[in-house]
Ligand binder design. Structure first.
Ligand code: SF4
Length: 481
């Protein structure tokens, strides 16, 4: 008879943002007061539970196989439990954290623990991950994971698990929260409604990883899951779907059925929602408090070059005002530094935010992620500032470093204009004003704005150092000139 197999699923922290709002440079360079302030703020941010659980690991840990016990280790909150015995450790590898993930895999394997690697980075770059693993899972693992666990019980693990097709999300796969420590997170009421995106924005890897076909979970499965989660967790719900309103009739039926459950929820949508009046009304009536919308750019040329085609620039402001007028707060994310942007773009962004009264603006720098079309193009054009093969260079940061040379703006002028843009938009007074004026979720809007006021000050600090620090200047020269 086989003994119970113990499997640990690991999620790693990124080096910045909500996982640890810290400078990319040694704090030795800072004054003791600045270091103390940053450390205290970091602790406060972590304790205020901005973090949300790793959804993919929630999904995998919900797959039950006789003879296997699964746990989750979220290294944003805890150290790896080396003192316990594990039959298999699965690590979710994202490009921004790939170096740490592969180092951990090497350490575990040197101690005789079998390691399975999966996630976005493994799917895009299996060959570079292979030497660090016993098992690779390529692509969405919903169906493959059961096979991995079953093979573990019979000690017949294969080196590679891969699907030819994307999993059919209409097949019922109930998600359990038993592997999570609930009070660590902003909410554990995280529910995926679908995957895939019809669009092809060149800076995004959603369509690369999840395909262009919209795949949706069955409405009855989602409604049952919401009711089950709500029984013992009354916190806000978060619906994860990059384009929930891309299929308006599906979304309309889903959120109609959720109205009687009387929940409050956050989610993501495209600004098209401002033109989908019946759906917008249903969102509001089903308890929608706030939505994240990807505005990305208000420059027509940038939208065209980067294939952000789904909304026209002229319709954006009206759509945002309409959504807010229906009582839903908006987090709108912009990218500054796209190929149609100029030094006039920051003024256009500021005017847009003032005009629409956007509740939480997110002002990002373009981050070319390996595996996206924009990464390939910038590499071909010689505009990347770091070695394209160095996976550690393309880490996740919060507007804290330039990874490429903008097309129309010299690097130093770009950094100066980006810094002045974030300084103008994020102040304590403006944060308070946005919190007060938000249609709903006023507390969350205030907290996010205050948090960003701090994060963007880190961004300005780090960008200045990137320009000043000689070693970084030298390291970018071979790729930049
Ligand atoms: S940015 Fe949004 S709309 Fe564009 S491809 Fe990605 S998910 Fe789709």
């Amino acid at each position: 008879m086989h003994s119970l197999k113990k499997v640990l699923l690991v999620f790693l922290p990124s080096e910045s943002g909500v996982d640890g709002a810290r400078s990319l440079y040694s704090e030795k360079d800072d004054s003791p007061l600045f270091s103390w302030f940053n450390h205290s703020l970091r602790t406060m941010i972590k304790k205020s539970q901005f973090a949300i659980p790793p959804l993919s690991l929630m999904i995998l840990s919900s797959i039950e196989v006789k003879g296997v016990q699964q746990s989750i280790c979220d290294m944003r909150f805890e150290e790896f439990p080396f003192h316990k015995a594990w039959d298999l450790v699965g690590i979710s590898v994202q490009t921004g954290m790939a170096k740490k993930a592969l180092e951990l895999a090497d350490t575990l394997r040197s101690r005789g623990i079998s390691v399975v690697l999966g996630g976005a980075h493994v799917t895009l770059f299996p060959e570079s991950c292979k030497p660090h693993s016993d098992v690779l899972v390529i692509g969405e693992a919903d169906d493959l994971w059961k096979e991995v666990l079953t093979d573990l019980t019979t000690e017949t693990l294969k080196p590679l698990y891969q699907n030819d097709n994307f999993p059919d999300l209409e097949r019922s796969r109930p998600v359990l929260k038993t592997s999570l420590i609930k009070n660590r997170y902003f909410t554990t009421n995280l529910i995926q409604t679908g995957r895939g995106c019809q669009h092809s924005c060149d800076f995004c890897n959603v369509h690369v990883l999840n395909g262009h076909t919209l795949r949706r979970r069955a409405i009855s499965d989602i409604v049952t899951e919401v009711a089950r989660f709500k029984e013992n967790d009354h916190r806000i719900f978060f619906f994860v779907d990059d384009s929930i309103n891309a299929d308006p009739s599906y979304a309309l039926e889903l959120f109609r059925q959720l109205i009687p459950l009387n929940i409050h929820w956050f989610g993501q949508a495209t600004t098209m929602l401002g033109q989908q009046h019946e759906l917008l009304d249903t969102f509001a009536r089903s308890g929608c408090q706030a939505l994240l919308v990807g505005i990305e750019s208000i420059e027509t040329l940038s939208r065209k070059v980067h294939k952000k085609n789904q909304n026209k620039t002229g319709e954006l402001a009206l759509a945002i005002k309409t959504i807010r007028n229906n009582g839903i707060s908006l987090y709108g994310s912009f990218i500054y530094g796209l190929d149609g942007d100029t030094l006039e773009t920051p003024t256009a962004i500021t005017d847009f935010i003032n005009d629409t009264k956007l509740d939480v603006p997110g002002i990002n720098i373009l981050r070319p992620i390996p595996g996206t079309k924009v990464f390939d193009r910038l590499r071909e054009e010689g505009r990347l500032l770091f070695d394209p093969l160095d996976i550690t260079a393309y880490r996740y940061t919060f507007g804290q470093e330039m990874l490429y040379r903008p097309k129309n703006i010299p690097l130093d002028a770009f950094i100066e204009s980006y810094s002045s843009l974030t300084k103008q938009i994020f102040t304590a007074n403006k944060s308070i004003a946005r919190g007060i004026k938000a249609p709903r979720a006023k507390g969350a809007v205030l907290l996010f704005n205050l948090f960003y006021t701090h994060l963007y000050s880190l961004s300005r600090h780090d960008l200045r150092l990137q320009l000043e620090k000689n070693p970084i200047k030298k390291s970018i020269l071979p790729y930049a000139e």
